[in-house]
Ligand binder design. Sequence first.
Ligand code: ADP
Ligand code: ASP
Ligand code: MG
Length: 245
Amino acid sequence: MGIIIQKFGGSSVADTEKLLKVCEHITKTYEKGNKVVVVVSAQGKTTDKLIEEELEITNTPSKREHDVLVSVGEQITISKLAMCLNNQGYNAISYLGWQLPIITNDTHGNSNIIKINTDKILTQLNKNNIVIVAGFQGITKDGDITTLGRGGSDTTAVALAAYLKADKLYIYTDVDGVYSEDPNTNSKAIKLNEISYNKMINMSKNGAKVLHTKCVELAKKYNVPIHVKSTFKKGTGTIVKQLLS
Ligand code: ADP
Ligand code: ASP
Ligand code: MG
């Protein structure tokens, strides 16, 4: 029992049926007496579509307006997921980055988190409510919306785990763990039960998008083990943690 963070990526929340599967993970954890904080990405290819629509207008958008646009997808997911949970009789409340707030620097499109105010989350958890946070986004101290870089919801989840001193962080995705190589393009890829922060940072930098590089760097800094699991398939997944090698 304690604070559990569960993050679900775009393919895990792609449609209503999948959102209901996500609800199963959340409510199962909640029913065990845990306080649950959920981080979600935009549904399916929503962020890609927003960028395509941006390109119909301009190749050189203002960086500020780019972030206002591409952060929109996560707002759709948090509200829908809260509604699904409410329908099932659970009290759930959603927050965008600015509502907490999650303060970042002003490097639009690739911002870093400076500080998270956890007051609202803790108040809701103490009322036994499930908290759903939009991944990928924050706000500068001057009030401009920012995004953390493509795949950045992973980083939101790790940062929340660090600030909330969460007992466990799960990153649920469309593969059942971290593999030696991308299992979707290499049938010989081997699933790893565990991997060190350093090795995972190297893999992410070399394109293993299963975890956002900044998320693993942050996990290493705050010593937050990351449990990578499949949303759809049972299994132990992979733990990314401090290892001697
Ligand atoms: P999510 O939408 O859950 O954030 P991503 O698409 O960002 O998921 O990351 C999951 C994908 O990462 C997998 O579908 C897989 O194709 C890819 N991937 C690349 N390298 C690896 C690896 N070494 N291990 C596992 N998955 C990998
Ligand atoms: N929706 C954002 C993206 O597509 C963030 C994420 O998926 O983590 O990059
Ligand atoms: Mg991702």
